[in-house]
Design a protein around this ligand. Structure first.
Ligand code: SF4
Length: 310
């Protein structure tokens, strides 16, 4: 690693501000923030994944790398075994680059970095190294959207596609359900930075597969459809109705969500359709929708050899 990059990595990790918590943990000195991230990236699984949006999955799957830990504490997290219980193992940056090349070799259409925020610098260096060794497929940064501009600056020129959540329209729910403050402000600024780097989502005209750009995922929570609609309106004002939006129907009350009455059910078809109709009425045409019942089948089991059932 070049001296300048190595110093930059050290200074980032010595006073970490990669996510909206900006907790300042000295990760190099052994301290850990809520995310649990240290100096080496910790990875739970890597595999061809068929559970993303069609232009990312194609016929051979998206090459998913699931990172351990997360700076959010979502009560309903589907991946809590890795995000909050910390399953996984630490891998050196060169090892991470090799995994990316392995996923490309197996036919995956892209490299899909799932929950990358707290390892953005190490991932950026791994992507750089993998590209030097022949990585040619797009790199997808698949995030909760609580990234700071500092984290995203590491990914400039490395991420081809940003797949970013908008989980909540307001800060109050974010605090209650994910234990974080200022989600809306951090999330909106993150989307602006992502968009400035890659623009609107576009496919390769020859293959129909995602090549570059921003795709925003809106999580629809039970009884919170007004929030999803508010997010759509805000996104249209900021980025226009040309923005590519994916409406997530897969909410299932898992982990600690069963203890919260308003979260303890799946979303109804009519709720989902109300949000989808609203998006269409706003003029969004680049819209990915799911069948609520089908979407709720894909809950992962990270203790199994094959964590996904599709
Ligand atoms: S990524 Fe982790 S260590 Fe860094 S600011 Fe967020 S919680 Fe703190």
């Amino acid at each position: 690693m070049e001296k300048k990059k190595s110093e930059s990595l050290k200074s980032t990790l010595q006073r970490c501000a990669l996510c909206g918590r900006r907790c300042g943990a000295d990760r190099l000195g052994g301290a850990r923030g809520v995310c649990g991230g240290g100096t080496l990236p910790k990875v739970a699984r890597w595999l061809p994944h068929m559970g993303e949006e069609p232009p990312l999955v194609g016929t051979e799957g998206s090459g998913a790398l699931f990172f351990s830990g997360c700076s959010l504490r979502c009560l309903f997290c589907q991946n809590y075994a890795i995000s909050q219980l910390g399953q996984g193992r630490e891998i050196p940056i060169e090892g991470l680059a090799e995994i990316m090349l392995e996923l490309q070799e197996s036919g995956c259409h892209n490299i899909n970095l799932v929950s990358p925020t707290h390892y953005a610098p190490q991932i950026a260096l791994a992507v750089e190294s993998a590209k030097r060794l022949g990585l040619a497929i797009p790199v997808v940064y698949n995030t909760h959207g609580y990234d700071t501009p500092e984290a995203l600056s590491w990914m400039a020129g490395k991420a081809d596609i940003y797949l970013a959540d908008v989980k909540y329209a307001g800060n109050e729910q974010a605090e209650r359900f994910s234990g974080i403050t200022e989600y809306s402000n951090v999330n909106q600024e993150a989307l602006r930075v992502m968009f400035s780097q890659v623009g609107h989502f576009r496919e390769d005209p020859k293959t129909g597969l995602g090549a570059r750009g921003l795709m925003v995922r809106i999580l629809i929570l039970p009884d919170k459809i007004e929030g999803a609609k508010e997010s759509l309106l805000r996104l249209k004002r900021e980025f226009s109705a040309d923005l590519c939006v994916s409406l997530m129907a897969q909410y299932v009350p898992l982990y600690k969500a069963t203890r919260v009455p308003s979260l303890n059910r799946v979303i109804r078809k009519d709720e989902y359709e109300e949000v989808a109709d609203y998006a269409e009425a706003l003029g969004f045409t680049r819209l990915w929708c799911q069948e609520p019942a089908a979407a709720q089948v894909g809950i992962p089991d990270f203790s199994a050899d094959v964590p996904f059932s599709f």
